[in-house]
Design a binder for this molecule. Structure first.
Ligand SMILES: [Zn+2]
Length: 449
């Protein structure tokens, strides 16, 4: 027997105290993870080539047929898949299984045109539940916990994704869905929920309604928040943690790839572990599509490794993030997405400066005299985009102070982001509250055709 390293000791110790739901895979050495990925990539390419005409045509043209994938570097030769491919192949053209062999369909409503439809086999659903359970456990949820699930149920993957993950974990699920916020507060208190699943903006709406009802959620049984489905800032995290009295972790996913549970923060809250046994993550320069070095921002591109019904080759997510394989304090070996800055589709270009709504959020949240609710209204003046930031006065702030508050916010945005905006201060409650994904941008620019 060779000497046991400190690292191995630490890992064994953690596993014995139950730090991981799937200790063998979550702490798998990276070279063994890579070997597993190659094997699964070959299977995925074979599945896509054999069963999806679009993928077969593109793989043939790229010289990347199943037998030609010999190393993970060959990933670079695979063609990209775009969201428009899903729309063009509506509804089932990208499925690698006949629809009668599927167990479930989900769909997301596009703002324009046809919805994006995704399908799952029974084993796909089982993998999804495993990944959600692993994610929630990493966030601090435990078997036996009451999990209050306020993600919307239905065609949106958030509700059922969290639901089956919590069940797989052995937790007690309250399938609340979004809306009826006063009742959410009552049931969180009466059922003694320990875990809250919601979009971050809706978590904040729940906190606000609780405060109006005179309920102090900081004294409730809530300890863990698993929040995702929209980009949110570190400032918003602090605000939510303080008002709900829990530890808030960021979870990431998208229906085209799986749904929630593609990546999730651990209790270290230092970026989201991307589950590399099921997905290959790349971060690419959005212009050139060349890989960027670790730690540099670019577009997240994901290849699925185990999906039967809907294998995805190099799916361009449009999400802007950074990737690191630096060892996390938790001991997991899976790389991390360093929080999503925003979706490239949501990026605003204000007088030549690229701005994500979450950057504005980071400036607004925590400012005295304003509530953490906001919207950006984008219009056009001549050929230039113009942004008006609508913020909301905190309860109890007098109307005659609104002008001074607005001037202060203008100065802060200018100094922190470098853009000039108009700021309008609204009365408490005037900014619409979300019950799911928050609408952060109202785009009044004329539509280009
Ligand atoms: Zn970690």
């Amino acid at each position: 027997m060779g000497a046991v390293t400190m690292e191995q000791l630490g890992r064994l110790g953690s596993a014995q105290t139950g730090a991981y739901l799937h200790p063998d895979i979550e702490t798998l050495p990276r070279e063994r993870l890579a070997a597993l990925q190659l094997e699964r990539l070959q299977d995925t390419v074979a599945n896509a080539w054999a069963h999806v005409p679009l993928h077969r045509r593109r793989l043939d043209a790229a010289g990347a047929r199943p037998g030609e994938i010999r190393s993970l570097d060959d990933l670079q030769r695979l063609p990209f898949t775009l969201k428009t491919d899903l729309r063009d192949e509506y509804p089932f053209g990208l499925f690698a299984r006949p629809v009668e062999q599927l167990a479930r369909l989900h769909a997301s409503s596009g703002t324009t045109g046809k919805p994006t439809v995704v399908g799952y086999t029974g084993p796909d659903l089982s993998n999804w539940a495993d990944l959600m359970a692993r994610s929630m456990y990493g966030a601090g949820a435990r078997p036996g916990d009451v999990v209050h699930n306020a993600y919307g149920y239905g065609l949106f993957t958030g509700g059922l994704g969290a639901h089956y993950g919590a069940e797989r974990l052995g937790a007690v699920v309250v399938p609340m869905s979004g809306g009826a916020t006063e009742r959410q507060v009552t049931l969180i208190m009466d059922f003694k929920a320990r875990v809250l699943c919601a979009t971050p903006s809706y978590a904040l709406a729940i906190a606000e309604v609780a405060e109006q009802q005179g309920v102090d959620l900081r004294r409730s049984s809530l300890r863990v928040g698993v929040f995702g489905a929209e980009p949110w800032s570190q400032a918003m995290r602090s605000e939510i943690e303080q008002r709900l009295g829990l530890k808030a972790v960021d979870i990431y996913g998208l229906s085209e790839i799986l749904g929630p549970g593609v990546a999730c923060e651990c209790e270290a809250q230092a970026g989201l572990h991307g589950w590399e046994d099921h997905f290959l993550f790349e971060v690419l320069d959005p212009e050139t599509q060349a890989p960027v070095p670790e730690g540099v921002a670019g577009e997240l591109v994901i290849t699925t490794l185990t999906k039967q019904a809907l294998p995805m080759l190099r799916y361009r997510t449009r999400d802007i993030t950074r990737w690191t394989t630096e060892r996390c304090a938790c001991g997991r070996t899976h790389g991390r997405i360093l929080r999503i800055a925003g979706r490239s589709d949501d990026m605003l270009i204000i007088r030549g400066v690229n701005v994500y709504p979450s950057q504005v959020e980071a400036v607004l949240v925590g400012q005295p005299d304003i509530a953490p609710h906001y919207q950006l209204v984008v219009g056009r003046e001549g050929h230039l985009d113009h942004v008006t930031v609508e913020v909301e006065a905190a309860p109890g702030v007098a109307d005659d102070r609104f002008d001074a508050i607005a001037h202060g916010v203008v100065r802060h945005i200018k100094s922190m982001i470098g853009i000039t905006t108009d700021v309008v201060v609204k009365r408490p409650g005037e900014i619409p509250r979300s019950q799911g994904k928050a609408v952060r941008v109202r785009d009044l620019r004329p539509k280009e055709v």
